[in-house]
Design a binder for this molecule. Structure first.
Ligand code: CTP
Ligand code: ZN
Length: 152
């Protein structure tokens, strides 16, 4: 790897680097990815200088190659994030995160009368994309906008 600048978070040999996370969203992304239950080595940096974003955050997960369904839910919170796939210290693939069509069991429905708020069941939403991203509840049809995403 030819790197003129020193890395604040060490390079990894193999795995996934999630870069360009808005600094304020780092801990939400960490929560979504459920690292608590992952045996992999995870390092992260917050409030790092970024030319394009002002401040950004980064997460590096050694020996982990996420399935699209595992990773794309972070696009709801951090649409600017991109994935760098690392093999033997080289970036072999770089791709933006992509919004999924639906999400299951990630957020609460904003509607207090929704069945998902009174029964022990998973929430389920259709992802609606116009100017911003919002979630349409599969059960009650109410829209939860991105300002009101409450992670479960
Ligand atoms: N990286 C890493 N370990 C490696 C190789 C790269 O942790 N073995 C990290 C770099 O620190 C960087 C990201 O993966 O945060 C992408 O690497 P690279 O494409 O080399 O950096 P940039 O050109 O700065 O990426 P971009 O243009 O996407 O900002
Ligand atoms: Zn609902």
């Amino acid at each position: 790897m030819s790197n003129k600048k020193e890395l604040i978070v060490s390079a990894i040999k193999d795995g996934t680097v999630i870069d360009h996370i808005p600094a304020k969203d780092l801990f939400k992304v960490i929560k979504i990815l459920d690292f608590e239950h992952m045996p992999n080595q995870v390092t992260f940096g917050g409030n790092l200088e970024s030319k394009s974003m002002g401040k950004k955050a980064i997460i590096k997960v050694a020996d982990k190659f996420f399935a699209d369904s595992e990773i794309n839910k972070i696009a709801l919170i951090a649409p600017t994030a991109n994935l760098n796939i690392i093999r033997n210290y080289e970036v072999i693939d770089k791709k933006p995160v992509q919004l999924p069509d639906s999400v299951v069991g990630l957020c609460k429905c904003i509607n207090p009368k929704c069945i998902t708020n009174s029964e022990p069941m998973q929430t389920k939403f259709e992802v609606v994309k116009d100017d911003s991203v919002s979630l349409r509840c599969h059960y009650c049809g109410k829209i939860t906008d991105s300002e009101h995403f409450t992670l479960l």
